[in-house]
Design a protein around this ligand. Sequence first.
Ligand code: SF4
Ligand code: SF4
Ligand code: SF4
Length: 316
Amino acid sequence: MQSSVSRRQFLKSTVFAAGTAVAGTGLANAATNAHEEPLATLIDISRCIGCEECVYACKDANAHKFPEPEKPFPKMVPARVPVEDWSEKRDVTDRLTPYNWLYIQYATGVKDGKEITLTIPRRCMHCQNPPCVKLCPWGAAKQEPNGLSRIDSGICLGGSKCKNVCPWDIPQRQTGVGLYLDILPAFAGNGVMYKCDRCYQKLEKGEQPACIAACPEEVQVIGRRSEIIELARERAKEMDGYLYGLEENGGTHTIYVSPVPFDQLTYNTGKGKPHLNPVKDTMADGSNLALALVIAPVAGAAAALGKFYKHIKEEA
Ligand code: SF4
Ligand code: SF4
Ligand code: SF4
């Protein structure tokens, strides 16, 4: 126990604590330097009290990135694509939406013979080898050297490939926004996909992501993946617990620790409410790997064109 306390103090005093010069430098370096080991987050669900401070902090910090759709919506292309409009339901917090990138999932399980309720912060897992990035045909999704993945709303055409290949269906679409509207206004329609971007601008400045800084229970810890895994294993040992994210989808930059086995938790899943099941490595599948190789140069060119168009528009 002593060693884990010392360990926590060490972590707090170096990479992880918000607001100190050392922490700032550590996070900023890891956020921007390709040679730095990617960042990961530990989410200890035994500590979460479900207060939703993190959810509202995320909404506040990212409000300027949320979609402001043009209405009426133009014709969807292709026509079978459903309109997805969350702009009148911005207050929804019980699932993922384009305006809610983090939500609290309620689960029950049995520990030491007693039924317990757990609250689980859910958002993008930030996979090590993210299919949403590798299989986006337009190069709109990208992975930073620090491991976070994000979708550029100025390039995304809303085709939802990222959501289809994500094992947890994380990205969420808003109709009536995006580059598509400018390029082909008469046929526009798919919109843009949104998800947690790990507060990448805050990380670049050496600040903690908003959800981590706001949490009163220190449920999340961010740092280099190897250190986070070490800490996660210590926590799991202390609580006789279980880990999720080491292997799922080939490994993620989000590691959950739970006092109850993940396959023995009961919780609601469905649209915008991801599961916690075992997940095979999507990108280890031969056809996805081959597709990624074909897509890469096309996506690179499309992304460059998209960025050029965005630049011209901003200059105009
Ligand atoms: S702020 Fe912390 S304790 Fe509250 S719901 Fe979020 S993770 Fe849980
Ligand atoms: S969880 Fe889904 S959206 Fe997030 S990085 Fe992995 S594949 Fe992409
Ligand atoms: S890291 Fe940032 S964008 Fe992602 S859930 Fe936390 S506050 Fe939201």
